[in-house]
Design a protein around this ligand. Sequence first.
Ligand code: 5GP
Ligand code: MG
Length: 182
Amino acid sequence: MEKIQIKDLAFKIHISEQEINQRITNLAAQMNVELAEARPVFIAVLNGSFIFAADLIRQLDFPCEIQFIKVASYHGMQSSGKVQELIGLNISIEGRLVIILEDIIDSGLTMDYLVKELAKAKPAQIKICSLLLKPKALKVPLEVHFTGFEVGNEFLVGYGLDYDGFGRNLPHIYQAVEPTKE
Ligand code: 5GP
Ligand code: MG
């Protein structure tokens, strides 16, 4: 088992590059059927979703747009629970189908905030697409229309997800390993 070290933490592979690619191909195939006529605007949440968004939309074969926004940053191993301002939405989404692209939904507070903020711009509908979902960590009810993988509450890095800024470049998704178990 490939182990890596980022700062003070050891990580092992949780979801391999191959599994990620396969799942994204399936998600794209589903969207190619469901969204073919919808002309959606994808709104990818920076920083974490940049790789997922890039891999997903290149497999979509219908007309669509993509925009990038930013909300609260994530520091250390626990979600702060504090949500900052939404920045970067510089197009009108009025009357449009919006698909939010996220790397991971943990407590769901960021997504809940985002949905409420975006709703103020009067889209026809908002759908959520998250590569990763931690169902046991959810603190608010959320309907996630497209989910890549359901995971436990372990801390993950790689494939866009960071630990204190590092690890986004890793091709696999890794989980933190308890130091005592090693
Ligand atoms: P939420 O508001 O749902 O609690 O947290 C959402 C944000 O927290 C995600 O967009 C992500 O930036 C960060 N986050 C939650 N869980 C993890 C994790 O396991 N690893 C990393 N790297 N970030 C996470
Ligand atoms: Mg994120």
